[in-house]
Design a protein around this ligand. Structure first.
Ligand SMILES: C[S@@+](CC[C@H](N)C(=O)[O-])C[C@H]1O[C@@H](n2cnc3c(N)ncnc32)[C@H](O)[C@@H]1O
Length: 354
């Protein structure tokens, strides 16, 4: 019996709740899994995002370490990767949906996003929900509640991100609502619909999995004993600025007290330092990231045809450290997220010790 079988049931029977996240590799998870050798025990998802690849690693029975510098992604990692069994009960939901436990403290969503992304009533509901998250009895339940509410918010907003100001205009357009009824459904209803999928996705693979929330350049020097790392960094030219696209979720989770909220979308400022989203820094930081990974034997690097730096540059950055084999999967349709135009291809660089 291999490690990813438990009482005759494969961990592969668990289902990751389908994400809507720019650059998510959810639809490529089976393909990427085929490049993870059986003997790998500890696997790191360095840029976890929606956590769909970290979840696949957990399903394969690996000790999974995941990381993302955005807190709302870290919460998904805590809820579905690190968490071994805490789920939300009907009593927890009753608590989450109860009145705002501290309206003076918890009013940020209403102040910032009323009549922008949500009606005032919905924004106030988000605040009261957030005020009650902290009353849940353990951190995993709290993470699960945050993860499900963040997903509910992306379902409710056109295009599933917050870098535009069209949310309420589109929600008033009958043709759009006909195509996507979630635009007019209350957050409460969306949450209740998603809840069983998230609860059912929580499982224990009998490994000590962990979710981190730091810049990968700071995390790599702290890790030992990792057998394989998966890198799916943001690439310049293709939606690299995740803080602009998902600022609302980050504000909801962090509940910032020390930020300014700028421009039409009320994005927080200053942003966290990323290091991979500007052409001027990307190459130096990719090189540094590879240097910091020399102790990890296998690297899998996701890449899209239309990214910066180009594939030859990527190859030349990795080549001093590892043998590189390039694998390609051609998109059938434009459904792969970041840069996923039909006919373009998803690339995986398989990097092994020389
Ligand atoms: C292409 S997405 C990863 C998508 C992920 N593989 C999935 O399936 O959802 C890149 C992620 O890197 C995160 N990120 C950007 N800069 C980072 C940094 N310096 N350290 C850690 N995470 C970072 C972003 O928040 C974003 O979630």
């Amino acid at each position: 019996m291999t490690k990813n079988f438990f009482f005759g049931n494969s961990y592969l029977d668990y289902k990751f709740p389908e994400p809507q996240y720019l650059g998510a590799k959810y639809i490529h998870r089976g393909w990427i899994a085929s490049f993870i050798p059986e003997e790998v025990h500890v696997a790191l998802d360095a840029f976890g995002g929606s956590q769909s690849i970290a979840y696949m690693m957990k399903q394969l029975g690996k000790r999974t370490i995941t990381n993302d510098f955005m807190s709302f992604n870290y919460q998904i990692g805590k809820a579905l990767i690190e968490n071994t069994g805490s789920v939300l009960s009907p009593k927890d939901v009753e608590l989450l949906f109860s009145a705002n436990s501290n309206p003076k403290e918890y009013n940020l969503m209403e102040l910032l996003f009323s009549d922008l992304f949500f009606t005032r009533e919905e924004a106030a509901f988000a605040d009261s929900f957030r005020s009650n998250v902290v009353r849940l009895e353990n951190p995993y339940k709290q993470s699960l509640a945050l993860a499900i509410m963040c997903r509910s918010m992306t379902r409710k907003v056109t295009m599933g991100h917050f870098a535009h100001t069209q949310a309420l205009i589109y929600a008033a357009d009958p043709a759009r609502v006909k195509r996507n009824r979630s635009l007019v459904r209350p957050l409460r209803e969306l949450f209740l619909e998603l809840l069983p999928q998230y609860n059912a996705a929580v499982f224990d693979n009998l490994e000590d999995n962990v979710s981190y929330n730091v810049n990968i350049l700071d995390l790599l020097p702290r890790l030992d004993g990792v057998d394989l790392v998966y890198f799916d960094p943001p690439y310049c030219n293709s939606h690299a600025d995740y803080q602009s696209f998902y600022h609302l979720l980050e504000t909801f989770v962090e509940y910032w007290k020390d930020k300014q909220f700028v421009n039409g979308t009320k994005r927080y400022e200053p942003k966290r330092y990323c290091g991979f989203d500007k052409n001027s820094e990307a190459i130096d930081n990719l090189r540094l990231m590879f240097e910091l990974s020399v102790k990890i034997p296998i690297w899998l690097v996701s890449y899209n045809d239309r990214s910066y730096p180009d594939i030859d540059t990527m190859y030349s950055l990795i080549e001093p450290f590892r043998n590189v084999k390039i694998e390609r999967k051609t998109y059938q349709a434009g459904r792969g997220g970041k840069g996923s135009v039909a006919g373009s291809s998803e690339v995986l660089l398989i990097c092994t010790t020389k």
